[in-house]
Design a protein around this ligand. Structure first.
Ligand code: SF4
Ligand code: SF4
Length: 156
């Protein structure tokens, strides 16, 4: 599978010794592992704040590639899509996937061997079973009332 993320214009091993604030735009984009887990809808318990992951994906997620089908213009269709930045990541840590590369770098942890920056191929994310490939249903076809029946454990 071809990798739409440009991982060429980056400093060697930047993820292992740079904080998120120090990354260039290219490095920031290259840090995404393409797992697609952040594009799954979550259910939040109003009383406990507990967050449950569902396999109900954003209507723009391509289930086979785990990519946003309209990334550059996504806010036209999904205005609420979150733009993660070094300044906002702390606010989003409560729901970010456990393996999300932004979470890992923010926490000072190493990336997994299957991360494309280490493996050299985007396919390794799917081979490792940590992406949402072929496991989602679209929110476009799934009534809100049914989301609870689609709660899943994060693929790790
Ligand atoms: S969870 Fe993190 S690493 Fe995975 S696709 Fe979303 S932003 Fe990228
Ligand atoms: S708009 Fe694109 S990036 Fe945002 S949640 Fe949907 S699929 Fe993911």
């Amino acid at each position: 599978m071809s990798d739409p993320i440009d991982r060429d214009n980056i400093r060697p091993s930047f993820w292992s010794h740079m904080s998120l604030e120090k990354l260039t735009n290219s490095e920031w984009e290259a840090l995404c592992d393409g797992c697609g887990k952040c594009c799954l809808n979550k259910l939040e318990d109003e009383d406990t704040g507990e967050v449950a992951l569902t396999r109900v994906a954003c209507k723009l997620l391509d289930d086979s590639t785990c990519r946003c089908s309209a990334y550059d213009i996504r806010h036209r269709f999904v205005p609420e899509c979150i733009v993660l930045t070094p300044a906002t990541i702390t606010d989003h840590m409560y729901w970010l996937p456990q393996t999300c590369a932004y979470r890992l770098v923010h926490e000072g942890k190493p990336l997994f061997d299957w991360h494309p920056l280490i493996s050299g191929t985007a396919q390794s994310v799917h081979d490792a079973g940590v992406s949402v490939q072929d496991m989602t249903v679209s929110e476009a076809n799934t009534p809100d009332d049914d989301w609870e029946t689609h709660i899943i454990e994060e693929p790790l």
